[in-house]
Design a binder for this molecule. Structure first.
Ligand SMILES: [Mg+2]
Length: 237
């Protein structure tokens, strides 16, 4: 049984509950900006379409086909068009304002994935814990602070700091060097088969695939879990 020393966690959707926090924020914004008057039928539709379009944009971002400025500047326009809002009545300022408030308010939400604190409490004295994230530099530390995740982690490696995005080997190389970790003693834990799992595997790092919906896949992974706490018996060996 292998003994690990350094655990590298992804943040969004792995520890920090992006879906729950974003959902709450989008519903609040729908009501505050009274988006019904622009022809957005209801808050659930606004949220669901945002999730759909944002996922597509993040895949484009992870693949390097768009940058974060494009994503930020366009996503709410794309959502409004997709829900058949009355675009003539929507000024650019409104979309800029909604996006700014979404970023600010969502990052201050506190919900974490079920089992996150249990796992981190178990791990904190046994391993060196780090984050590797493609999320935006300016919001990731706020998310960690407000949710209480920050106290568990030694280093937060963001793609912007590393100059490379997962799954590029450059960010894993940066993470190993920056934390003083040894590759063979390191484990990556994340929910994304491409960025977290393939990225780590290609670099030679063991991986834990957090797959809460039990989605079918054909990749080789060191371990698959559907609940975070399932990692504890694996780490105990
Ligand atoms: Mg993730």
């Amino acid at each position: 049984m292998k003994t690990y020393k350094h655990l590298f966690f992804d943040l969004d959707h792995t520890l920090w509950d992006w879906d729950a926090n974003a959902s709450e924020t989008l519903i609040e914004l729908y009501h505050r900006y009274d988006l019904g008057k622009y022809g957005v039928l209801n808050a659930d539709l606004f949220r669901d379409v945002f999730f759909h379009e944002n996922t597509i944009l993040w895949k484009e971002l992870d693949a390097g086909r768009i940058d974060k400025f494009y994503l930020r500047n366009h996503r709410f326009r794309i959502v409004m068009e997709a829900v058949n809002a009355n675009m003539k009545s929507i000024k650019e300022d409104l979309l800029v304002d909604i996006n700014a408030n979404f970023l600010k308010e969502c990052s201050q939400k506190k919900r974490v994935i079920e089992g996150a604190f249990e796992v981190l409490d178990y791990c904190k004295d046994k391993f060196d814990l780090h984050i590797i994230t493609n999320g935006f530099e300016e919001v990731q530390s706020i998310k960690m602070e407000y949710s209480g995740l920050d106290k568990y982690f030694d280093k937060i490696i963001t793609s912007e700091k590393a100059g490379h995005k997962k799954p590029n080997a450059g960010i894993y190389q940066y993470a190993i060097k920056h934390t003083g970790a040894v590759l063979e003693d390191s484990l990556m834990i994340g929910d994304n088969l491409m960025t977290d799992i393939k990225g780590a595997r290609d670099y030679g790092m063991d991986q834990v695939y957090y797959n809460p919906l039990g989605q079918a896949y054909s990749d080789d992974v060191t371990l698959e879990i559907t609940e975070l706490r399932q990692i504890i018996p694996f780490l105990e060996g």
